[in-house]
Design a protein around this ligand. Structure first.
Ligand SMILES: *Cc1c(COP(=O)(O)O)cnc(C)c1O
Length: 640
């Protein structure tokens, strides 16, 4: 009867690596060492590694509480290098007579230290910046001190935005204002006339080739931005009238983010290359073709066109762009353009890891139930028999018996034939049956569909010290998947399946979709949590979009963050520490004045003391807690 001691091979690090698909999404930056701890290799061209678990422990011991965002500038540097080298190689392979000049779209992560490391790492390739708004243009102008890199101006623009861009052209930078809507030309002409500076213009094409998935509508006739063919022709005519055909230098398109399949990208590039050639033939100066963003990340490591993955590599991406543009230009005898791409996600996603801690669990373990005594209700005795009889051969039948008995118990209770205690026993027996059925299911190759839900129903909830809304809002907003794994204990078998709940009191603040080989899964394999022992989870690849989209739900603020940098002597250093918000800071965002709040509480406490309801000692405790809480981190902290 007891088949639980089937001889299982011992667990190994290798099995953890397989289970969590670590090589798929983590290569070449994240691996696991022989002690079962996650190791980061920020610059794969060097041997230096950082043990993520030790690092977290160390930072915590030095006073930086979790949740903690750890940024690796070297990873960003390596991403930029790979992107540029891929284009260089494709250019060489195709005898392309032009160059590649990428830009980083600032909106993906505006954090100053990151933008600064991008500019620094991109210097050898004259890597530039893309601004999608006036504030981002201000960042780009301050961050890009040297000549060379492009500054591409997208987004809605008012006259000030355009004037700022025009004057900046005189700094020896190539600042290109991309017309996203037909009527923007008027504003540009006004600004240009006022300043006496001739603009360098780009135009965003509304392609008919569509993207895929979530951002499919970024292209196509219904797109928010871009000029249709007829609008583009009108634009060229107007420019010709003003004798400004030499102002139009760039063609831009953007068919959305995380384009998981190469096919729509190929279609878009072909269409854009043809438009480029036509614009050149119509007499526009041209010189740049900007293929926008969309280069995807393999979040689940499956290398498929699933939305959390991608079915192509950097090399194929660059080669497709280079070859299609080359072919279109050669055919029409038009000089090939400098190629520009605006990859955001692909550059920034890998560089940051959120480490957070499990602070409690609700795990329902029913174990082996007690046999009901001879005088117990027939139903309880039947249920116990069902329990005893469960084997891998009769899972479905046992499930039917147990469910029916549970229903019967509810009915018997309703009509007064079963007491509350007996009903509770029936429920416990039911759950014990479910648990045993689920155990048997784990060993089966084929699981009947009606039993699929058992795994999630019986899974534990691990409560974690972080806010989904602040640190990974896309999980909530667009069902994005990020790889989440324990960053230590990977030598041990993870025997518990769990969903992860955050600290907010929002029922949406729970993670119940995780990466899997095929599609996704609804529970994560985790290790048994022991009170008093630290258990750290890492959420990886979340360096793009999450930080700035994060919000203050339940007033959980910015997390603590550190920037790590490898040093020349094969070590690493914490370059910057950015303390997360204190409670007082988030309260100020919503217009509270902490000093006044202290006063308001103090007055009430004084009244309670003077009427004898509160002792001096109690009041002192209250005021000390209130004031120190205002200074503290918004997340749970350990009390001394
Ligand atoms: C958002 C955006 C990007 C970045 O897209 P990724 O998919 O992150 O590479 C590039 N260009 C424009 C115009 C954008 O709006």
């Amino acid at each position: 009867m007891n088949d639980s001691n089937d001889s299982e091979p011992l667990w190994s690090v290798q099995r953890s690596v397989q289970l969590y698909q670590i090589s798929g999404w983590g290569d070449p930056y994240f691996t696991v060492n022989l002690d079962g701890q996650v190791v980061v290799r920020p610059d794969p061209t060097r041997d230096t590694t950082v043990n993520l678990y030790d690092l977290t422990q160390g930072l915590k011991d030095r006073g930086l509480d979790l949740p903690l965002l750890i940024r690796f500038s070297d990873i960003v540097g390596h991403r930029i290098r790979c992107l540029n080298e891929a284009f260089q190689q494709a250019i060489k392979e195709h005898d392309y007579a032009g160059t590649y000049r990428g830009v980083f779209p600032v909106k993906v992560n505006q954090q100053r230290h990151l933008v600064e490391s991008i500019v620094e790492a991109g210097r050898p390739w004259q890597y530039g910046l893309e601004a999608g708004s006036k504030p981002e243009l201000l960042i780009a102008l301050a961050a890009m001190q040297d000549v060379g890199g492009l500054i591409i101006c997208n987004g809605y623009k008012d006259q000030h935005y355009i004037e700022t861009a025009l004057v900046a052209q005189k700094f020896d930078k190539t600042v290109i204002v991309v017309l996203e809507r037909a009527d923007e030309l008027d504003t540009v002409l006004r600004a240009s006339e006022k300043l006496g500076i001739k603009p360098m213009l780009g135009v965003r094409a509304k392609l008919t080739a569509k993207g895929v998935g979530r951002w499919a509508d970024s292209a196509g006739d219904r797109a928010k931005f871009g000029l249709s063919t007829s609008e583009m022709v009108e634009l060229v005519d107007r420019l010709a009238e003003c004798d400004m055909l030499d102002s139009l230098v760039l063609l831009h398109f953007h068919i959305g983010s995380q384009i998981s399949s190469i096919i729509p990208l190929k279609n878009a590039i072909q269409e854009a290359a043809n438009i480029y050639v036509e614009l050149a033939k119509m007499g526009c100066r041209m010189g740049y073709l900007d293929v926008g963003g969309g280069l995807a990340i393999d979040y689940d490591g499956s290398k498929t066109d699933f939305h959390a993955s991608k079915n192509y590599g950097l090399h194929e991406y660059a080669a497709d762009i280079v070859s299609h543009v080359h072919a279109a230009c050669t055919k029409s005898d038009v000089a090939v353009p400098t190629l520009v791409s605006e990859s955001g996600r692909a550059v920034a996603a890998h560089h940051s890891v959120l480490v957070f801690e499990v602070v409690g669990t609700s795990e329902v373990r029913f174990g082996v139930p007690q046999e009901p005594p001879p005088e117990a209700h027939r139903l309880l005795k039947d249920m116990f028999e069902t329990y005893k009889g469960i084997s891998s051969k009769n899972v479905q039948e046992s499930w039917h018996d147990a469910s029916q008995a549970k229903e019967e118990a509810q009915n018997l209770f309703k009509y007064g034939y079963l007491g509350l205690r007996e009903r509770a026993q029936a429920e416990r027996l039911f759950w014990a049956c479910c648990e045993k059925i689920q155990e048997r299911l784990r060993k089966l190759k084929f699981v009947p569909e009606e039993l699929w839900h058992l795994e999630q129903t019986l899974s534990a909830i691990y409560y974690c010290n972080f806010s989904l809304f602040q640190s990974a809002p896309d999980i909530w907003a667009i069902d994005q998947l990020f790889p989440i794994i324990p960053i230590h204990r990977l030598t041990e078998e993870p025997t518990v399946t769990a969903r992860l709940a955050d600290l907010t009191c929002d029922s949406d603040g729970i993670i119940d979709r995780f990466i899997d080989v095929e599609d996704d899964k609804h529970v994560l394999e985790v290790h048994e949590w022991k009170r008093g022992e630290r258990y750290y989870l890492g959420m990886f690849l979340n360096g793009a979009y999450q930080e700035i989209l994060g919000d203050l739900h339940n007033l959980f603020g910015d997390t603590n963050a550190v920037h790590l940098r490898l040093t020349d002597d094969d070590n690493y250093e914490v370059r910057h520490v950015i303390k997360g918000d204190s409670i007082a800071e988030v309260l100020r965002y919503v217009e509270y004045i902490p000093e006044d709040m202290i006063e308001a509480v103090r007055r009430q406490a004084e009244r309670a003391v003077s009427s004898g309801r509160l002792t001096n000692e109690q009041m002192r405790t209250m005021m000390a807690h209130y004031e120190s809480a205002l200074r503290s981190y918004t997340y749970l902290t350990e009390s001394e």
